[in-house]
Unconditional design. Structure first.
Length: 94
């Protein structure tokens, strides 16, 4: 990450099925994490939610502690359910 960069902004849009019969389960989530390059070990979890709003969210992450270091910014969605219902997802825009 460039030494001059101290924060990063993104606009995630978390969502899941609006049909109440197939909503995501409590074990599902959307998250943003910092990972170590190469090993992809988690350095820090920046946010973890289960949000079904379907609205774009403005998010800014303070990365001052990581200036001059290489990091991986990872947007992840986890679905705990194994059937066709109950899915969650997240779109990301800069």
């Amino acid at each position: 990450m460039p030494a001059a960069l101290s924060s990063l902004g993104a606009d995630p849009q978390p969502d899941n099925n609006h049909d109440t019969a197939s909503k995501a389960t409590s074990g599902d989530w959307q998250r943003v994490v910092l990972l170590r390059p190469g090993t992809f070990a988690v350095i820090k979890e920046l946010v973890r939610v289960l949000d079904a709003s379907g609205e774009w969210k403005n998010a800014t992450f303070d990365l001052t502690a990581y200036k001059g270091q290489s990091v991986v910014l990872y947007f992840e969605v986890y679905n705990n359910s194994t059937d066709a219902g109950g899915r969650t997802w997240m779109y990301v825009d800069e």
